[in-house]
Design a protein around this ligand. Structure first.
Ligand code: AMP
Length: 580
């Protein structure tokens, strides 16, 4: 098997034939008549067992490398207190609770507390600017926003009066004195301190909504992907099958809970599996990261290709200056993992990275270089037990599954796994378009080799992946169009050695505005301030005109092809013919 490497000290690969979702369901609790609660599986279920006194969260504050340990029991009680606070405030099951916070312990308590109470939780990325936050609040109409005082003042206060749906703003983390606290907010920490630590977690129907995750499309506003309580079955088993989680492991997922990886595998799967979850409030810093891996004796580490490439840039010496010998399993997700990164892991850390693939809509890992399989560097791996994947193309008679290996087509998955999204909030048509018969269409292009490994090729649409974050070009274009000088904007991803892609905008101006450096700077600043640095364009280029289809849509595909010197493809729909 050329290009493969032997598996390292790993669990046996489960027999896919012996696996069924019904059997996996039976590994979790039945709260009566088949009811289930995701938070119960993460916390309550451990209260009578050996995990109750084990550390659930190992928290490192932004400015410290000293860990504060929070046991499963303590986290469960704190979550109960939050559930009681919601109850006392009259918040009903089914209502939506948004979280916008740095990674601090009470974010985790609020997350599980809201879910215990039957609410639907939406995590937001704290590095978003005010605009993406406001937009997601308008779409999802939460009744509660859990945030910190600092983020509230910087990103929410200016527009909150325009969103009457929000009945409660609950502040976690440090809150200034009562007299100075922002108007119409409550100090949730103080309320939790006073609330009861006992709460009877609400049994929910397996298909009751539990999470609303926003994801970006090519057009229109962000889509709110709805997930249900039984998704926890996928989180639980994939934690074992793809990440090799074992009870008592110290595990670190570097993703922020504002993205789906940071909830499914940075909150839920590690706790259902009884591991100790490292939570670092600080942002990326190579030396700090190695210190955490070393000092906290991390065993399983789940990170992203951009972060791995940033570590690689620092050179091997920094890694070798740390004792990383406790590590047992390394995994990566979110963007293509280049084979050099797999090899670098093996040479410098002593273990290879295991790439895996999934997306917001699938709710959990679908394809992985699983612990018991030889890694194929550059490949995403094979479907996990319970997942049937295929490569397909639209043919004359509908969707055609390509059975022969090594053909490029859209990656499709057979419906029926528990963490599959069950709708885009208020966008039924957009949801139905994701399916063709029994197949879910992922929007990714891939190839399967003769041994069943899947290889990522690209996206079928124009969305941009930068540092692992999915960015909708429309959202960026809309922010630029708010500037009075901008007539039209087209946004694409351009290759970047570290981040995979970065955002580049092409802009035409209204008459009377000069395309000079000052305006360019102003537009970059506006976008950064409104969208936040993770989403804003890095480059803006002025153009006299942008290529459009005859129906008036900006052809991002063509902008990108021209920018990168790629074939321009079919130009028959181009406005003004192919000489545009
Ligand atoms: P998100 O919904 O933000 O998690 O983004 C999902 C998308 O990220 C997928 O549809 C892919 O385009 C990309 N992606 C995720 N994992 C991988 C991977 N291992 N290799 C290549 N692309 C990936």
């Amino acid at each position: 098997m050329s290009g493969s490497t032997a598996p390292s000290r790993k669990r046996q690969d489960p027999d896919p034939q012996a696996f069924s979702w019904a059997e996996a369901r039976a590994r979790l609790s039945d709260l009566g008549e088949g009811r289930i609660n995701l938070a119960f599986e993460a916390l309550d279920r451990h209260m009578d067992g050996p995990a109750a006194e084990r550390t659930a969260l190992r928290f490192l504050a932004r400015d410290s490398l000293e860990a504060r340990d929070i046991s499963y029991r303590a986290l469960n009680e704190r979550a109960n207190r939050f559930a009681n606070v919601l109850d006392e405030l009259g918040i009903r099951p089914g209502e939506r609770v948004y979280g916008l916070s740095q990674r601090i312990p009470d974010l985790y308590a609020a997350f599980f507390g809201a879910i215990k109470h039957g609410c639907v939780f939406t995590p937001l990325f704290p590095a978003f600017g005010p605009e993406p936050i406001r937009q997601r609040v308008e779409i999802g109409e939460p009744t509660v926003l859990v945030t910190t005082e600092r983020l509230y003042r910087r990103k929410v206060a200016e527009w909150i009066t325009q969103t009457p749906c929000l009945r409660e703003v609950l502040l976690i983390g440090d809150v200034s004195d009562v007299d100075e606290a922002p108007e119409n907010t409550r100090d949730a920490g103080a309320l939790m301190d006073r609330a009861s630590s006992q709460y009877s977690t609400r049994p929910m129907a397996p298909d009751a909504p539990v999470l609303l995750h926003f994801t970006s499309g090519t057009t229109g506003t962000p889509k709110g992907a709805l997930h249900v309580h039984e998704a926890v079955i996928t989180h639980h088993v994939t934690g074992q099958y793809a990440l090799d989680l074992r009870p008592g492991d110290v595990y670190w997922c570097t993703a922020d809970p504002g993205w789906v990886t940071g909830t499914s595998y940075g909150m839920i799967a590690p706790l259902t599996n009884g591991t100790t979850l490292v939570v670092d409030e600080a942002e990326f810093d190579a030396e700090r990261w190695y210190r955490i891996l070393q000092d906290q004796a991390v065993k399983v580490w789940y990170t992203a290709p951009t972060a791995i490439r940033m570590l690689m840039r620092q050179g091997p010496e920094l890694a070798r200056a740390h004792d990383l010998s406790t590590l047992r399993f390394l995994a990566s997700v979110g963007e293509p993992l280049n084979p050099e990164a797999v090899h670098w892991g093996r040479e410098v850390i002593g273990l290879p990275f295991h790439d895996n693939w999934w997306q917001t809509e699938t709710g959990g890992i679908m394809i992985a270089n699983r612990p018991g399989l030889p890694i194929r560097p550059g490949s995403m791996g094979k479907p996990i037990p319970g997942i049937e994947a295929a490569i397909a193309r639209q043919g004359e008679s509908g969707l055609q599954i390509l059975h022969e290996p090594d053909q490029t087509g859209e990656l499709v998955l057979k419906q029926g796994w528990p963490s599959m999204f069950r709708g885009y909030l208020n966008q039924e048509e957009r949801y139905l378009k994701c399916f063709d018969g029994e197949w879910y269409l992922t929007g990714d292009l891939a190839r399967r080799d003769a041994d069943g490994y899947y290889w990522f090729i690209g996206r079928t649409d124009d969305v941009i992946k930068s540092a692992g974050h999915l960015i909708g070009p429309f959202e960026v274009e809309s922010a630029l169009l708010e500037h009075p000088a901008v007539a039209e904007a087209g946004v694409i991803g351009v290759p970047d050695e570290v981040a995979g892609e970065t955002v580049k905008a092409f802009v035409t101006l209204k008459p009377g505005h000069a395309p000079d450096k000052a305006l360019q700077k102003e537009l970059l600043g506006l976008a950064r301030q409104r969208l936040g640095p993770a989403v804003a364009p890095r480059q803006i280029e002025f153009r006299d005109q942008l290529p459009r289809t005859r129906s008036g849509k900006i052809m991002r595909r063509l902008l990108r092809a021209r920018e990168l010197g790629l074939p321009e493809g079919d130009l028959s729909t181009l406005e003004g013919g192919s000489n545009d």
